[in-house]
Design a protein around this ligand. Structure first.
Ligand code: C2E
Ligand code: MG
Ligand code: MG
Length: 411
């Protein structure tokens, strides 16, 4: 039942109980001509009907249509007019499963697909709804409450200037420890969030959390030039996104110049006219713009001139082989040279080895980020890092550079 929880919450459990009884009665009435079915309720708002000897999917759908119609008719419960709709999943033996467990699981999966499409929909299981679809739906179900359950956190990865060894900024990276599913990789759940629209509330949470954290560190006397926040293409395509950014900056008190928005190259290429305008508005607020995963999105160099951007982040895939593949090295060198003519700064992503860092220094890449220089850290450990940097900020340039390569060399 699609809206049982809401009815229970607003009208009380007493009425919720009566509602469940009425729905059960309606289900029985809808199948009145048969005496051989099993009807059961399990879980708060779920019913299962087992109907033997169905001739095929046409007859099954026919049953289900009657059920949906019967349940969806308005009902009066102690003076309240109540409307409930069912989302139905259908599984038929043997096509949808050869044993009870599988049939049951697949009916459940089909039901999830129905729920996603809207209230009162029924869906017949088919094999395309495979386990990856189930995983995706489980992620979506759990992600729905991640913000309100306080399951999201940020970790922060440092970006260092390769010329003077100073901290250039931090990138905020999202982490989700779900109560149900434990750690879910960010790439996996961000995609689900984008497809389901949950990215809007999650993205807003990320932006607010990163800004207020940066402000707190500035207030504590830390040297923090930049807090970079990843923003998905869907957020960027929202007309009101710049207003949201302005509101969050005002609310948290973070100076706009400290905030940098990272957008992947593919996201910008996908909706260029719109994003051009949103990017321009963001820059008018004073926020910096970086293109993330640069080199993977096939943007032409000439188009790059049209975008109001401050920084390019060279994708990790080019950096990881730059020191031993001449092709990748050539790409990295070309990106750095092009950025220089356009007066855009460059951050190399995913620097893991000293050889990679030395190559980047030789090519005068502005800054670098990667496991060699610093892992993404939770807030408490980031504060320790910021503190160490603050205390050693008057050390010499060569000491700072040495510290990048050999963190243990300079305590
Ligand atoms: P990204 O923005 O390109 O972030 C860099 C990713 O590379 C991070 O993965 C980081 O942990 C990883 N990384 C950094 N240095 C190294 C290295 O030396 N070697 C290797 N192998 N990996 C390194 P993470 O945190 O798993 O994030 C993956 C992607 O998920 C991010 O890529 C970003 O596109 C997305 N993402 C993360 N947080 C957010 C968020 O708050 N909002 C949105 N929309 N997307 C996010
Ligand atoms: Mg990023
Ligand atoms: Mg990236």
């Amino acid at each position: 039942m699609d809206n049982f929880k809401r009815i229970n919450d607003t009208l009380g459990h007493g009425i919720g109980d009566v509602l469940l009884q009425s729905v059960a009665a309606r289900l029985r009435a809808a199948l009145h001509e048969r005496s051989d079915y099993v009807l059961s309720r399990f879980g708060g708002d779920e019913f299962m009907m087992l109907i033997p000897d169905v001739s095929g999917s046409a007859e099954a759908k026919d049953f289900v249509e009657r059920v949906v119609r019967a349940v969806s008719a308005p009902m009066k419960l102690q003076q309240h007019d109540v409307l409930v709709t069912p989302s139905v999943g259908i599984a038929i033996y043997p096509d949808s499963g050869k044993n009870a467990d599988t049939l049951f699981k697949n009916a459940d999966l089909a039901m999830f697909f129905s729920k996603r499409q809207g209230p009162g929909i029924s869906t017949l299981f088919d094999l395309a709804m495979n386990t990856s679809a189930l995983k995706r739906l489980t992620i979506e179900e759990n992600l729905r409450n991640a913000v309100s359950n306080g399951e999201l956190t940020l970790v922060f990865q440092p970006q260092f200037n390769l010329n003077n060894g100073c901290l250039d900024g931090l990138e905020a990276l999202l982490r989700w420890r779900s109560i149900e599913l434990e750690m879910v990789p960010v790439a996996e759940f961000i995609q689900v969030a984008e497809e389901s629209g949950l990215i809007f509330s999650i993205g807003e949470w990320v932006l607010r959390a990163a800004c207020s954290q940066a402000k707190a560190w500035l207030d504590a006397g830390m040297l923090l030039k930049r807090m970079a926040v990843n923003v998905s293409g869907r957020q960027l395509s929202q007309r009101q996104f710049p207003t949201l950014v302005r509101d969050i900056l005002r609310e948290t008190g973070l100076p706009a110049a400290v905030l940098e928005i990272e957008i992947t190259e593919t996201a910008i290429m996908d909706n260029d006219t719109w994003s051009n305008q949103v990017l321009a508005e963001l820059r008018a607020i004073g926020v910096a713009i970086a293109i993330d995963d640069f080199g993977t999105g096939f943007s032409s160099f000439s188009r790059l001139r049209e975008f109001p951007i401050d920084r390019l982040k060279i994708d990790r895939s080019f950096i990881c082989n730059a020191h031993n593949s001449s092709d990748d090295r050539a790409i990295v060198v070309a990106i750095i040279a092009m950025a220089k003519t356009l007066q855009i700064e460059v951050v190399a992503e995913g620097v893991e080895e000293i050889a990679q860092m030395m190559l980047l220094q030789d090519e005068e890449c502005t800054s670098a980020q990667g496991y060699l220089l610093g892992m993404p850290l939770p807030a408490s450990e980031t504060l320790q890092l910021l503190n160490r940097i603050r205390l050693s900020s008057d050390s010499s340039r060569s000491q700072r550079l040495l510290r990048l390569v050999l963190p243990s060399a300079v305590a």
